[in-house]
Design a binder for this molecule. Structure first.
Ligand SMILES: *[C@@H]1O[C@H](CO)[C@@H](O)[C@H](O)[C@H]1NC(C)=O
Ligand SMILES: *[C@@H]1O[C@H](CO)[C@@H](O)[C@H](O)[C@H]1NC(C)=O
Length: 215
């Protein structure tokens, strides 16, 4: 099971066995499913037209926007997005907005540490794989995001020792965890990714294109 997915408890909190059991009991997470997990889709979580719910038209036909938008308050649209996402992926414990905002933070701090877009892209792939595996929850989401950036930076950049230290300082400051937890979690993430840190181009490239086009 994934006991380690609960970051080490602080302030004397005990591990919550209930949560662990719930976590491990999800059919999508059992070991025997590993061979059947669908191919990772690098567009799934970034697709601006997804999830399409009942406001599909708003998202797809830009020219209809002004007429349709009158009937759809932006807050409803957001709610629908979260809800559609939850229905489609009941095993994912975070909302789609939260997932996207974590990715923005990953990108922001990577840029501030002068990491290349390709590094951010790789971190995104690691992160989204963990998200889609249903491994993230409220308590570990920042550690996951941080560990993904750190692993991507180590594997794709030729970082010097003091640059790694700088990055860890930044991660620590931004995500407010302590570095001991981060270093421990790095290994957990590595195992969850089945040590597959070198990624096929078709998984990285879509992220890379979006990152370099947006900026
Ligand atoms: C959608 O998710 C975001 C991020 O968690 C949250 O802030 C927002 O309140 C949610 N929207 C609704 C309407 O539930
Ligand atoms: C990161 O976010 C901060 C605060 O929102 C912003 O001031 C800063 O310009 C961003 N940095 C980059 C590189 O996007």
């Amino acid at each position: 099971c994934f006991g380690r997915w609960h970051p080490s408890p602080r302030r004397g909190l005990k591990d919550a066995p209930d949560k662990g059991a719930h976590w491990c009991g999800l059919p999508l997470l059992t070991g025997s499913d590993v061979g059947d997990t669908p191919e990772y889709n690098p567009d799934l979580l970034d697709d601006p037209q997804w999830p399409c719910g009942k406001h599909k038209r708003v998202l797809i036909f830009a020219s209809y926007m002004t007429t349709v938008i009158e009937y759809v308050k932006p807050s409803d649209l957001k709610k629908d997005m979260n809800e559609t996402f939850r229905e489609k992926f009941p095993h994912i414990k975070l909302t789609l907005s939260k997932i996207r905002s974590l990715k923005r933070e990953m990108r922001n701090l990577s840029e501030e540490c002068s990491l290349e877009p390709v590094t951010v892209s790789m971190a995104y792939v690691y992160f989204e794989k963990l998200v889609l595996q249903g491994k993230l929850h409220k308590q570990n989401r920042k550690l996951c995001a941080g560990a993904c950036v750190l692993l991507a930076a180590k594997i794709s950049s030729d970082l010097r020792r003091n640059e790694v230290k700088q990055l860890i300082d930044k991660l620590e400051e931004r995500f407010r965890f302590n570095r001991r937890d981060l270093i421990g979690f790095e290994f957990t993430v590595l195992v969850a990714l089945e040590l597959a840190l070198y990624l096929p181009e078709n998984q990285v490239l879509p992220h890379y294109r979006r990152l370099t086009q947006q900026s």
